[in-house]
Design a protein around this ligand. Sequence first.
Ligand SMILES: Nc1ncnc2c1ncn2[C@@H]1O[C@H](COP(=O)(O)OP(=O)(O)O)[C@@H](O)[C@H]1O
Ligand SMILES: [Mg+2]
Length: 394
Amino acid sequence: MSAGPGDAARPSAAIELRGVSKRFEQVVALDRVDLSVRKGEFFSLLGPSGCGKSTTLNLIGGFETATSGTLLIDGKPMGDTPAHLRPVNTVFQSYALFPHMSVIENVEFGLRMKGVPAPERRRAAAEMLHLVSLDGMEDRRPRQLSGGQRQRVALARALVNHPAVLLLDEPLGALDLKLRKHMQTELSRLQRKVGITFVYVTHDQEEALAMSDRIAVMDRGCVLQVGTPTEIYAEPADPFVMEFIGSPNVFRGRIEAVAGGGAEIAVDEIGRVRGRMIGDIRPGGQATVMVRPERVRLSATPPPASASQVTGRVAKVANLGFITHYFVRLSERQDALAYRLNDVDGGAEIRFDEGQQVHVWWDEGDARVFPADAGRSASASIRTRACETRERPG
Ligand SMILES: Nc1ncnc2c1ncn2[C@@H]1O[C@H](COP(=O)(O)OP(=O)(O)O)[C@@H](O)[C@H]1O
Ligand SMILES: [Mg+2]
């Protein structure tokens, strides 16, 4: 972020990382990360295991020290400020409740350490338990609670200290799917209610999309893109981001022609496909084309000439109730996946059977064409360029 005349007027970010790197001997866990979390937002760090999410959180919390770079909380450089003097609290996946204390004793623990008088801290703790819907559980021991209830005690225990920022490291990871979904809703509701900045770590794309105001997508120590859930899903700036969120169809081939923001790619054994260019696309080069399954259309008759068009045979039809997945064999090596919402009225929707020949197509604007060396695709094992974060899609 560049310093300028407008900087004084701008409210400082809740958290800011400037060129932060973290090395563990040979491992570069974070590589010159720039990140700015706004006050009051629900901000998620999303990426596969080992990409550096927990390291980022631990640096903010003061449990790790950066190898280089600057970390600011509420505009103040943290330097060597110890964890307990930072205006942040952390909720981990393992609840780390004191087993010998009751629920309310657990929640008021932080206040007791600060020397808050008993009646006052009791009142504050009871209020927090009410906030997380645990009224009536005050005198239970942690072992008498379910996983979801324990996690809520951990939340109440962190929130009672009124931190400026709450750091959450995969807090729902140990819960079963149904409870996790329920807690996702609860957490978003709670965050809005208390207005505290949340920095939430998860490897679960759906979870991040469902809860966050903004998401930073990380891979191998880099932040690849920062944006709202809609931006991250609809306008991925990097092939890794597109592949990590959702299950796009991926085609690789040679760039044949470019015009007006679109490109035509020749894919071996399949034919020519089109998409919107993201980044530096030049004829003759290699490119990766990605199109999400809900954008892929199937028809018995040829599509408009302007659309991408290849043909294939329906290999498998999987009806999941509200949606049908069509797997279409395009070549020996490549299938296309298309989603169709099932028409509840049983009306106009055309269905296809296994074995049927179909045209597979999409509008140019619905596919994205990335230069083959852009970023690091999910399968690439080496980094091909330095970290580059995109706030806005290119
Ligand atoms: N204390 C440590 N010592 C050595 N390597 C570590 C340590 N903590 C994390 N790492 C490494 O740093 C990288 C990032 O780890 P982490 O931040 O825990 O990833 P995530 O939380 O995204 O799964 C990984 O390669 C991990 O093995
Ligand atoms: Mg982690």
